[in-house]
Design a protein around this ligand. Structure first.
Ligand code: UD1
Ligand code: UDP
Length: 373
């Protein structure tokens, strides 16, 4: 490395890659820094899709993904693998994002070496360590270690202050997910072919309203996901709708989703979409049903009503803004809430307004300035 401040950015899954590529781009363009990237590849295909579109070539790729990996084996491999990279790189700062196993072990490995940690998307709390699981505890661990907390909103900054985190280390930066969404929207504007792969489905479903679905949360495996599959089956029986559902690559999700709903002409269970195609799905959807964190942040920015199929959310801002509604994982409730929006124009219009509680698209720039101090 050369003369600048040495920053090692560590990530491993799709959502981390999406939320960190704007920061990696900004660090790479700034002479005050020497930027290094370590991917754990806790995800493989879904991570590579983002690295590819964002043009990021990691300096270290631990290639750790195993089929149906357990949390303990993954955590152990991450901790030793990431630790070795830190020993080789000796960074001045380590950057982690969010709440995954990679982010949590990245923070611990840095702490063991007394390297300060910057936490991007700090302070999200549901208040329930079992929802989302294990993410709520991962965030708390990172929060206990970080020297710089980049909170997306005032709500998340407040949650950290309540935990007695030194207020001088907490900064409201916005969420880099909005930077990423704006970046990808601009790329698609320049090169529409990047997101043209849904054209066949769009033709097949012409005249129908599109409902986009995603689901992958570990705490929903089993009963919750069965209920979600049941709700989708009932919604798919409506002829005025088309459901587009990119099925997560976690085999526990696939086992339920690829088997249960089946057999409806207007239900498309498809492979994971790369980020530009998912942005296109958000664009053409009338409504999103999801248990994803990132989708809860993107939908309000685009004014797309989103029904959150979870028992709790650490992202109350979308609900407070009126674009998101927490509906849990009961099939009757999911169907009733979806039909209310689809059949009541006023209820729909109230939710379908663009809000930006999660940021203005300039979060990466703010984080860079904090790291430069
Ligand atoms: C992980 C994160 C979760 C995050 C989610 C985003 C943890 C514990 N969980 O959950 O916080 O919300 O990513 O999607 O960090 N797989 C593939 N190819 C891929 C990705 C996954 O085949 O590209 C399969 C593998 O069988 C893998 C399994 O999915 O073992 C689970 O992956 P893992 O990263 O452990 O958990 P996720 O459920 O994806
Ligand atoms: N996403 C994507 N392709 C898909 C589904 C989601 O690119 O088929 C993007 C989406 O835009 C969002 C992120 O992936 O930015 C969310 O990832 P995921 O739901 O896997 O994880 P979470 O946000 O719940 O941690």
């Amino acid at each position: 490395m050369g003369g600048g401040k040495r920053i090692l950015t560590v990530f491993g899954t799709r959502p981390e890659a999406i939320k960190l590529f704007p920061l990696v781009h900004a660090l790479e363009a700034d002479a005050r820094f020497e930027s290094r990237v370590c991917v754990s590849a806790q995800h493989r295909t879904m991570l590579d899709q983002v690295l590819d579109i964002a043009g990021i070539s990691p300096d270290h790729d631990l290639d750790l993904m195993q089929p149906d990996q357990s949390l303990d084996a993954l955590t152990a491999a991450l901790l030793t693998g990431i630790g070795k990279v830190m020993d080789a790189e000796k960074p001045d700062w380590v950057v982690v994002q969010g709440d995954t196993a990679t982010a949590m072990t990245g923070a611990i490995a840095a702490y063991y070496r007394k390297i300060p940690v910057a936490h991007v998307e700090a302070g999200l709390r549901s208040g329930n360590i079992h929802h989302p699981w294990p993410e709520e505890v991962n965030r708390k661990i990172i929060g206990a270690i970080a020297a710089l907390h980049c909170a997306p909103t005032e709500t998340s900054a407040h949650a950290l202050r309540k935990e007695n985190v030194d207020p001088a280390t907490i900064h409201v930066t916005g969420n880099t997910v909005i930077d990423a969404l704006q970046w990808i929207t601009a790329r698609i504007g320049e090169r529409p072919e990047l997101a043209a792969g849904l054209a066949g489905l769009e033709r097949r479903f012409a005249g129908k309203r599109i409902v986009g679905v995603t689901s992958h949360r570990r705490e929903n495996f089993g009963e919750g996901m069965e209920a979600i599959a049941g709700a989708i089956r009932r919604l798919a029986a409506r002829e005025d709708l088309a459901i587009i559902f990119p099925v997560h690559l976690n085999p526990n999700v696939r086992a339920i989703m690829n088997e249960r709903p089946g057999g409806f002409e207007n239900l498309a269970l498809i492979e994971q979409l790369d980020y530009p195609h998912f942005a296109r799905l958000l664009d053409i959807a009338t409504l999103m049903l999801t248990d994803s964190g990132g989708v809860q942040e993107e939908a309000p920015a685009l004014g797309k009503p989103v029904l959150v199929m979870r028992e709790t959310t650490e992202r109350p801002e979308g609900v407070e803004a009126g674009t998101a509604r927490l509906v849990g994982t009961n099939a009757d409730r999911i169907v009733a809430e979806a039909e209310r929006l689809l059949d009541d124009g006023r209820a729909y219009a109230t939710m379908a307004r663009a809000h930006n509680p999660f940021g203005d698209g300039n979060s990466a720039g703010r984080i860079v300035e904090l790291l430069a101090r």
